[in-house]
Design a protein around this ligand. Sequence first.
Ligand SMILES: [Fe+2]
Length: 386
Amino acid sequence: MDTLTEIFTFQAPTTITFGAGALRQLAQVVGPLGRRPLVVTDPGIAASGILQQVVDALAPVVAGVETFSDVEPNPSSETVERAAAAYRRADCDCLVAAGGGSAMDVAKVAAALVSYGGAVRDYEGVGKVPGPTVPVVAVPTTAGTGSEVTVFAIITDRARKVKMVIGSPHILPAAAVCDPLLTLSMPQPLTAATGIDALVHGIECYINTVVNPLAKSLALESIRLIGRSLRTAYAHGRDLEARYQMLLGSTIAALAFTRTRLGNVHAMALPLGAHFDVPHGVATGLLLPYVMEWNLIACTTTYPQIAAALGEPTEGLPPRAASEVAVEAVRQLNADIGIPERLRDVGVTRDAMPALADDSMKSGNIAVNPRLTRREDIVHLFEQAF
Ligand SMILES: [Fe+2]
């Protein structure tokens, strides 16, 4: 990209309230938006006591709170439709999503359904939501997806075995309340999977072909924050400083990529979720070193900066060697936090490779990957990771 003549726009309209204890400000945030929220969450958050904290925080400004706590990992269109039905039944006027990407994505698409009717499939693709929806306030409880500030939601169509991407500025949450205290109790595997996914967002955004200078600076900062805090957050989950930096890093990474898209890792990870229910972060983390290695010849100006942001010494190294340091750093990080090394370790079978490759090629992320990618390249990458 010729950076001097490229004209870019940057838009991040979600109001972000961030900090340890930010949940206390939820009433102030929701108050102007609605009086009868539907809180969308998952059974784990309901059992952990966080749902009750959210309900209590809302109490000063609401006439009543409805809850929908049936969101599952890799959530389905049926779940979105059930959440929308709960919203209509209770005559709600806004949505509060408390949880990880799954709960937030369900709430974002349910907002479209209750505003414009139809089925989830009607909104599949980019730009299918016709206008503003009822407001959504996102309260992330993981540091990973960044869905609190993105225009995307991923919903699984179980009948077709497809993870549908729904992308529209109209499903951006009106507000996000990001409180690292809510992430302290995440178990280790969830910390690892969601945290590495946030790093993948930063890296794929930083190296892709449509990144702009503003997104690039955010992406690099997210890599730096995650690089220095993910191991600590994994090793010692109650470390508030590490949790703070992880949540900040994941939100910043999402601000960076929401309008630029990602790359081959995400193109390949979605079918793994759809066909084998591999958790999104496990899929992206596992694939990252393989895709980075393959992309290396296109990234010898960007990888050295990624290596440096990850805290690796690169001084005096020629670009190629410094780039290899970045790939090795990511591989070591995966090993340290227990991300599996092979697709066969997460239940993927070899006979699915052709279908996985076909589905990967349908992703809009292929076109922005730094190295030109054909179907046989994706097959090669899946084979390598297998
Ligand atoms: Fe992701």
